[in-house]
Design a protein around this ligand. Structure first.
Ligand code: BMA
Length: 374
């Protein structure tokens, strides 16, 4: 009996410590958003969630079929984390840049939330200066900062995103918390917000402005993720870091290319990069994640256990997300009979890997009760 009481007291102290430490960048975040963040912090000590971009929207050989998911077809359950992209919302298009209707994205986000999973959102927005794609790298950032000649265009786009995010509501009408990951892979130079196209200060200003803007529009259901692409060291990673007051999750995108020659290299890179960010994250009470990864067409039969799992090792990350199953030559999650499908089933049996079922037991959206002080 005494032992049970001691365990309860220790867990309550632990929960209250997490609640005190893991506070969000948005100081006016909704209770539900704060709860999700704290529960994610708690869950990360036990294991990491598996995620997939656009998982419910399409896969190899199918599109827009209710209930369908390549991950589910292989493993019997949905992923825990689902990525969505808002590119082309700024154009008032009904579909995003990969052809997924925004109305559907909204419904998928509601479904994921109802099943206890987590949604993460990116935005491959067009270039506000010339209207071309996110990959058009004409000098842009300086023109869309407050006072810039294209600020009003950019601001009108931000307003649309704020409306979309703020309108993500559950059945009770409460805002659904989501992880928002704007201006990602910015230490590369393929997007207009990339390294060669703006100074570190301009990038920081762009990111900080977005965070302030969302709050000014009463959008308080966002957990902010900062994610670079591959980086060589901490200097590279933090060069454009907007600051602790604007970021909740530290992550990075890393793709495995040129397998099998680069297999060992990939494992070492992921391990090194996680080492680089987790020290900082622990001290500053942030979460860590591999925000995008994958080996296109998963050409390694045992990629999941021998490469991805190995690369994560004992690191305490919140989640790892693989990119979309967009085309037969461009996919990152297995589908039935795909070369790595059997290995994927084995991978997800590891006790510290969470898909839909285990994540549900973490009750990520429920406040953990804390014993009242006497
Ligand atoms: C890239 C590719 C593109 C896609 C873009 C945004 O990595 O998958 O085909 O349009 O992401 O989702």
């Amino acid at each position: 009996m005494g032992k049970i009481i001691a365990v309860i007291i220790v867990s309550c102290l632990f929960i209250s410590k997490i609640q005190a430490q893991y506070s969000l960048a948005d100081k006016s975040a909704t209770e539900e958003t704060k709860t999700l963040y704290q529960n994610l912090a708690k869950q990360a000590r036990k294991g990491f969630m598996f995620g997939h971009q656009d998982d419910l929207a399409y896969g190899i050989g199918w599109r827009n079929i209710d209930g369908e998911s390549d991950v589910k077809k292989v493993s019997g359950e949905y992923p825990a984390v689902f990525g969505w992209d808002l590119g082309h919302l700024e154009l008032d298009s009904t579909k995003n840049l990969d052809g997924v209707p925004f109305e559907k994205i909204k419904a998928y986000i509601q479904q994921v939330h109802a099943q206890g999973g987590v949604n993460t959102i990116t935005w491959h927005l067009r270039n506000p200066v010339n209207g071309k794609s996110a990959w058009d790298v004409d000098s842009t950032v300086k023109h869309i900062l407050v006072g810039g000649k294209k600020y009003s265009v950019y601001e009108s786009w931000l307003a649309k995103v704020a409306t979309f995010l703020g309108n993500l509501k559950d059945k009770q009408g409460k805002a659904i918390p989501v992880i928002f990951r704007p201006f990602h892979e910015h230490n590369g130079s393929w997007f207009w917000w990339g390294k060669k196209h703006c100074s570190p200060d301009e990038y920081k200003e762009l990111y900080q402005h977005l965070v302030r803007y969302m709050a000014s529009k009463n959008v308080h259901n966002l957990i902010y993720a900062y994610s670079t692409d591959y980086f060589s060291d901490e200097k590279d990673y933090f060069e454009r870091y907007p600051n602790d007051q604007f970021v909740d999750i530290l992550g990075f995108d890393i793709y495995h290319r040129n397998a099998p020659q680069s297999n060992e290299r990939f494992i070492q890179d992921v391990d090194r990069m996680l080492n680089s960010i987790e020290n900082y994250a622990q001290k500053h009470h942030k979460l860590t994640a591999i925000t995008e990864t994958g080996l296109e067409q998963i050409t390694e039969k045992n990629w999941w256990t021998d490469i991805l799992l190995k690369s994560i090792g004992g690191h305490k990350i919140s989640y790892v997300l693989v990119w979309r199953n967009g085309r037969p030559d461009h996919y990152y999650a297995p589908y039935p009979n795909q070369l790595s499908a059997e290995n994927f089933k084995y991978f997800i049996q590891q006790p510290h890997i969470f898909l839909e079922r285990k994540t549900k037991t973490s009750k990520l959206y429920q406040k953990q009760p804390i014993a009242k002080k006497k």
